[in-house]
Design a binder for this molecule. Structure first.
Ligand code: GLN
Length: 498
């Protein structure tokens, strides 16, 4: 009994700790939303997908490029501020439609379909969709393309063009990843905007851009339908920038410098590996993408686990009380509903709904969004794990507790829960491991977690191998450590029992 009461007091301590962190979380939400309101200059949030050189790309940990310079110029002249949000390209139109961001500036092609969803400014740059192919390949016609493996960037105008006019392409999150797939022999051609295509080809000695372009396009900025005030301001600014030659100067300067930072030279496999290691991690301090991403992943996973435990405990207790005593029927109904919905839908869909729909109109810190989403998700699984633990405790234990004069609550707290917890520890540990790895989808809402950190490196260096292996190794180490800690904890509990 003394072991059990120790566990019980530990459980109580964890409980108050969880309540404390939930309160802190709530406070943080309130504070972030308040602090946003204090800005004196109007601040606009801009969505972009920052693997699109020379328009927007990472350099030394910061987003730079033509679009960024244009925005800076507009900010300076119009006395406004822009906050950049790097997000998946296939989310950016939704982001501006739902009001998550104020505008899109992302080498965005004006298309009739998009015009129905958002309002475009005047165009500020021209572009074309070109074909990237291996150096010795023949010039591909549309018919040829229909017979080979073609890669595109998911949701891009190139994707739409190929899908509607040529064939069903293979879709990648960004052009750089499509190019690395081609480097790895997985594609025969990539259809992409000319400027990033030139950048990617300069970094891949075996590739070239074919002479004929598939289609001519124009880039413009996009705002939410009906946001004429912002649209007029942007149009006026773009007109000014064009009239005094600033626009041309910005574009020309970046086009001249449009070369990736790494050109591979080593000939031996080992030499290439060493070179790749240097460009992937050492050059421009790229290891920082992994280090910072690691911290974000740990932060989200740990906080979500706490939220999940708190929620899971609560639901498990409500549900087993309803099962054992027939009380709390209404609460039980809502718990069941929550379990059905959360366990019946994919976590990535939940994350997107929470970000775009539930917190659609609030400018809330994305780490918090992820914590809420993963916490809510994990809570459902934790609840069922703990409930199965409670149900596995012999009913005689409850009766014994009650006949000693303990109330239902006390029996639950100091007799049943400690035993239940001990029984389900391995299953709980498993849930935390799954949770940790599940956070790798954070990139969907533009959070730079560990996985996204690796993606950014891959998009800059075109090397798929080392960044992926490094990311995998870091997750693996975390999981091994976590399993080790859980095992130790389990052993301690067992030892105390004897
Ligand atoms: N211009 C393409 C489009 O609008 C690609 C833009 C991008 O990837 N940033 O679809």
């Amino acid at each position: 009994m003394s072991v059990l009461s120790r566990v019980a007091s530990a459980v109580r301590r964890i409980g108050s700790c969880i309540l404390g962190s939930l309160a802190a979380l709530a406070l943080a939400v309130v504070m972030t939303s308040c602090s946003e309101e204090k800005a004196t200059q109007p601040t606009y949030v801009v969505a972009m997908e920052a693997t699109f050189p020379p328009y927007e790309f990472y350099k030394g940990g910061e987003i730079v490029g033509i679009d960024v310079d244009i925005l800076q110029e507009i900010a300076r002249r119009k006395g406004v501020e822009f906050k950049l949000e790097d997000m998946a390209f296939d989310s950016i139109i939704t982001a501006v439609q739902t009001g998550k961001v104020d505008l899109v500036v992302s080498g965005l092609t004006v298309t009739p379909d998009r015009k129905r969803m958002v309002d475009f400014t005047r165009p500020y740059s021209g572009a074309r969709q070109v074909i990237i192919a291996p150096k010795g390949a023949p010039a591909y016609s549309k018919d040829d393309l229909a017979r080979i493996r073609v890669g595109v960037q998911h949701g891009s105008s190139g994707d739409v063009y190929v899908t509607e006019n040529i064939c069903e392409p293979e879709r990648f999150t960004n052009g750089a990843l499509a190019v690395s797939a081609m480097n790895a022999g997985k594609l025969d051609a990539v259809v992409l905007d000319n400027a990033p295509a030139e950048n990617h080809v300069a970094g891949s000695p075996e590739l070239t851009i074919q002479p004929t372009a598939l289609v001519e396009e124009e880039y413009a900025m996009a705002v939410r339908k009906g946001n004429t005030q912002l649209l007029n301001m942007l149009n006026a600014a773009l007109n000014e920038l064009e009239a005094d030659g600033t626009l041309r100067a910005i574009i020309d300067r970046h086009m001249r410098e449009n070369k990736p930072e790494n050109a591979q030279v080593a000939t031996t496999a080992l030499g290439r590996l060493v070179d790749n290691f240097k460009t992937d991690f050492i050059k421009n301090d790229r290891w920082k993408y992994l280090a910072e991403g690691f911290l974000v992943t740990v932060e989200i996973a740990a906080a979500a686990a706490l939220v999940g435990i708190a929620l899971g405990f609560l639901i498990a207790v409500i549900r087993s009380t309803a099962d054992l005593t027939g009380r709390l029927k209404v609460a039980d109904f809502f718990c069941r509903l929550y379990l059905t919905v959360v366990r019946g839908t994919p976590v990535v869909v939940q994350l997107l709904i929470i970000y775009f729909v539930i917190f659609g109109a609030v400018d809330i810190n994305k780490v918090l969004v992820a914590i809420v989403a993963f916490g809510l998700n994990s809570g459902a699984y934790v609840a069922e794990i703990i409930r199965s633990g409670i149900m596995s405790v012999d009913r005689g234990q409850i009766e014994a507790g009650r006949s000693l004069g303990l109330g239902y609550g006390t029996t639950m707290r100091s007799v049943v829960l400690p035993q239940a917890l001990k029984n389900v520890l391995p299953a709980l540990g498993n849930e935390f491991i799954v949770l940790l790895k599940e956070t790798s989808i954070c990139g969907y809402i533009a959070l730079q977690d560990l996985t996204k950190g690796g993606d950014i490196i891959r998009s800059q260096t075109y090397d798929a191998f080392l960044p992926l292996v490094a990311v995998a190794l870091i997750y693996l180490t975390m999981v091994v450590l976590l399993s080790h800690l859980l095992k130790k904890f389990e052993l301690r509990l067992k030892k105390n029992e004897r």
